[in-house]
Design a protein around this ligand. Structure first.
Ligand code: GLN
Length: 538
């Protein structure tokens, strides 16, 4: 089976949406009948994204097989509707670690171990490992910007693969700024980045031009001439209201046919119908629901950074769109409630509120106040991981009368530790082993018949993705249940509580897992779907 690699690189600046470009190309190839997977190279020295700050790097994505990974893998899953394993996120930390281990264990005896060929060989080995899966196309997005020191070894490895005769295409994504004072779209920075790429020995096969507006003919010609590429291979990638539309924007420019032509391949089928219908549904939506996300990772310096909760946002969108509804999402920094409780009344203006996942004690009391408000005022509520834990804390304090109840994560000395470390976690904390030691990835959830969770899932066992160290303390489960809290999802052995709900309210449910990680464009997660249905009714 002949396999094909498509490398996606970026130029001019970071944050161009290379992940969406990669996912969109994947979608086009997939809808032409090919099996596709995608991978992301992150040129930092962290081994994985587990210990990165969300405001700096965006949210941490959790894979089915328990990887704590770059959020781009989330784009791939949402677009392609396939599970992407953790081996598809390659970091420099992993590559160097492997090379040094091999050196120490004598695998390179007598040799001088060098970036080229030893590090590049290890990179190629990892790329080829992905190709062992039963797929026609492997899309590999190389993080960072061409010209950085950091990613040059990955570019070199990709260059070598083409040189060695493998089927490789390069797609380079550039940014074309429209300078306000000139009123003109400028191509110079893009030209320079292609020059940098060619210096490394890579001639891009396609150039994708990210810009506020569509590319015009004058600039297309200019880029073609200066970048040594045919005009028809210069693609326009203007700002879109809905990023899911990009596959169609590329299809209209014939990108998929052009890729296949270069590789001498024929389409096996053509079926963007369902995707087009999905986009139509989004565009024709008229009614809105207003969802408040009560969290803390919103700002870096003076700028808002909703990327920290990107999967939550996308999951809300998926659930809204399947009902033909426009989501209006607002960020609420929970700290404002701590300073001024009157502010809680603003929550009345929302059709529903979500308390997402989180770590540490910042803004915690504000979140608990918001949950209390939602419960008492019957505002639809969805708690994600930390959100469920805090709903339990609130219930313990205000309904069970356990004054000062808390999670030992925030208050190690609480008289009522209703949330406590999972068994086994204490050792990790003692030894300061924070990397990849949480309870991670896809785990079975047994669902209790007759509950809201069962109605939503329609099944008695599901698999959802987890990322936590703390759990609902089993010692308090009986008391919480007596007072009305229902644990509708548990581990199959019923030892760990995994979903909690309050019957009698419009919608009040929380999960110890992150349902946002299994939400797909055309297949929203049931907990989000139910939440949005409750918001519509409100
Ligand atoms: N900090 C909590 C825990 O470790 C919640 C984690 C989360 O929200 N992902 O259990």
């Amino acid at each position: 089976m002949q396999q094909h690699y498509i490398f996606v690189t970026g130029g001019v600046l970071s944050g161009l949406g290379k992940g969406i470009v990669t996912a969109s190309i994947g979608k086009l190839l997939q809808s032409s009948g090919f099996k596709v997977t995608a991978a992301k190279v992150d040129p930092y020295l962290n081994y994985d994204a587990g210990t990165l700050r969300p405001t700096e790097h965006g949210e941490v994505w959790v894979t089915e097989d328990g990887g704590e990974i770059d959020q781009d893998l989330g784009h791939y899953e949402r677009f392609l509707d396939v599970n992407i394993p953790k081996s598809h996120n390659i970091t420099t930390g992993q590559v160097f670690h492997e090379v040094i281990q091999k050196e120490r264990s004598g695998k390179y005896l007598g040799q001088t171990v060098q970036p080229i060929p030893h590090v590049t060989d290890e990179i190629k080995r990892r790329f080829r490992e992905i190709a062992k899966e039963n797929v026609d196309f492997i899309l590999i997005e190389i993080g960072g910007t061409v010209g950085d020191y950091e990613n040059v070894l990955y570019l070199e490895a990709a260059r070598q693969m083409r040189f060695e005769g493998e089927s490789v295409l390069f797609v380079h994504v550039v940014y074309l700024p429209i300078v306000k004072t000139l009123g003109e779209m400028k191509t110079k920075a893009a030209q320079h980045s292609v020059r940098d790429l060619r210096e490394i020995g890579i001639q891009p096969d396609f150039i994708v031009c990210r810009a506020e507006k569509p590319l015009d003919d004058v600039r297309r010609k200019k880029i073609a001439l200066f970048c040594n590429i045919k005009e028809e291979d210069v693609m326009s990638d203007p700002d879109l209201k809905i990023s899911y539309e990009l596959p169609i924007v590329f299809d209209d420019q014939g990108l998929c046919d052009k890729i296949l032509k270069k590789l001498n391949l024929k389409k096996k089928k053509k079926d963007l119908k369902e995707w087009k219908k999905f986009i139509e549904r989004i565009k024709s939506a008229k009614k809105t629901v207003k969802v408040g996300i009560v969290g803390k990772y919103f700002t870096i310096g003076e700028f808002q950074l909703p990327d920290s909760y990107i999967s939550v946002i996308e999951a809300i969108k998926h659930a809204c769109w399947c009902h033909g509804i426009i989501p209006e999402i607002e960020w609420i920094d929970s700290k404002i409630f701590e300073k001024n409780r009157d502010k809680l009344n603003m929550l009345k203006n929302f059709d529903g509120i979500i308390v997402p996942g989180g770590f540490g004690s910042l803004g915690i009391e504000g979140k608990i106040l918001a949950i209390e408000y939602a419960r008492k005022n019957n505002i639809p509520f969805l708690g994600l991981c930390l959100g469920l834990q805090l709903a339990v804390v609130e219930f313990a304090r205000n309904v069970c009368g356990l004054d000062g109840a808390h999670s030992t994560e925030m208050d190690p000395k609480t008289p009522y530790p209703v949330i406590d470390l999972l068994p086994g976690q204490k050792d990790y904390i003692k030894k300061s082993e924070y990397g990849a030691t949480m309870r991670l990835g896809g785990q079975k959830v047994k669902i209790k018949p007759g509950t809201l969770a069962h109605k939503l899932y329609g099944k008695s066992v599901v698999v959802e993705r987890f990322r936590h160290r703390y759990e609902i303390n089993p010692k308090y489960v009986k008391l919480l249940e007596e007072k009305g809290f229902v644990f509708s999802g548990t581990t199959p052995d019923e030892k760990i509580m995994q979903i909690g709900e309050l019957p009698g309210l419009k919608y009040f449910i929380g999960s110890q897992f992150h349902p946002e990680f299994t939400s797909r464009s055309l297949n929203p997660n049931p907990l989000f779907r139910g939440f949005i249905e409750a918001c519509i009714k409100k």
